[in-house]
Write a protein that binds this ligand. Structure first.
Ligand SMILES: NC(=O)c1ccc[n+]([C@@H]2O[C@H](COP(=O)([O-])OP(=O)(O)OC[C@H]3O[C@@H](n4cnc5c(N)ncnc54)[C@H](OP(=O)(O)O)[C@@H]3O)[C@@H](O)[C@H]2O)c1
Length: 231
């Protein structure tokens, strides 16, 4: 587990977001984190899921940085100026569904493809931020069709990649991680500022989980408290 490594290298994809920024700050202050790199649409190299080739180009640019022991994908979308999560089936539409799928499922999936090979084969953890509302079994309230479907699709991509990696990279751990409700631009229209934890508290909790998982945990959907969430 990462907590037992004397030194580790970390990478945060989506470092411009509320949760991504807080991860970078925490990791910078950890004595055993020797290097943390943040990637976003504004960084150099940059990653923009609207330009999928930017993902592999960024991975190629970082390939000389040495192996990473922790990679966190903290990108995501829930609403834009043009649309909000659907309240009813009648609200389902192609633009919102396709954009949400591209940003929440395909983009992080392509990050798994391009960046998981940069994990240290001796031990490395790659976690993508998912959401409990992507759990099919836990879906009690309905609504939020595109967001729920995109996180369920992301979870399937992570689980499937973890099965493949068990054969090729048995010491790596791929995870779907639920941050809980966190005050951020993403959650603000849904009272996230009032009911959510601060990004600092949320990332502190999630780092406790990430520092203590082992390769046996690969393919799990974990909450910020380390509990397994049903698919
Ligand atoms: N906040 C919550 O309550 C909550 C709850 C459950 C799950 N989550 C998940 O946690 C993750 C982070 O959420 P957050 O609250 O930190 O949201 P946020 O502050 O809105 O951050 C979103 C991040 O996604 C990036 N992004 C947006 N469009 C992109 C694109 N086309 N290409 C590449 N990156 C793009 C943003 O980059 P720019 O700065 O360039 O826009 C930003 O770094 C998301 O996956 C979200 O679903 C959050």
């Amino acid at each position: 587990m990462l907590s037992q490594l004397k030194q580790f290298n970390a990478l945060v994809i989506g470092s411009s977001g509320s949760i991504g920024q807080a991860f970078v700050e925490h990791l910078k202050n950890m004595p055993n984190c020797s290097n943390v790199i943040g990637l976003s649409r504004q960084s150099a190299p940059s990653i923009d899921y609207a330009n999928p080739s930017s993902i592999q180009e960024a991975a190629d640019a970082l390939s000389h940085e040495g192996r990473f022991h922790l990679i966190i994908v903290a990108t995501g979308i829930l609403h834009t100026d043009a649309w909000s999560p659907e309240k009813k089936l009648l609200d389902l539409n192609e633009d919102q569904f396709m954009q949400t799928m591209q940003l929440n499922a395909l983009g992080p999936g392509m990050c798994l493809q391009s960046f998981a090979p940069l994990l240290d084969p001796e031990f490395g953890v790659m976690a993508c931020l998912s959401a409990k509302v992507g759990s099919i079994e836990d879906n009690r309230l309905g609504g939020w069709y595109s967001y729920r479907a995109s996180k369920a699709a992301l979870n399937m991509l992570i689980k499937t990649a973890s099965i493949e990696q068990k054969r090729t990279r048995p010491n790596n751990c791929l995870l779907a991680l639920h941050p809980g409700t966190v005050a951020s631009a993403l959650s603000r229209p849904f009272k996230g500022d009032q009911i959510g934890r601060t990004p600092r508290d949320a990332t502190s909790d999630m780092l406790q989980v990430l520092l203590n998982v082992t390769s046996n945990d690969t393919g799990k959907f974990l909450s910020y408290q380390g509990e397994e969430i049903p698919w």
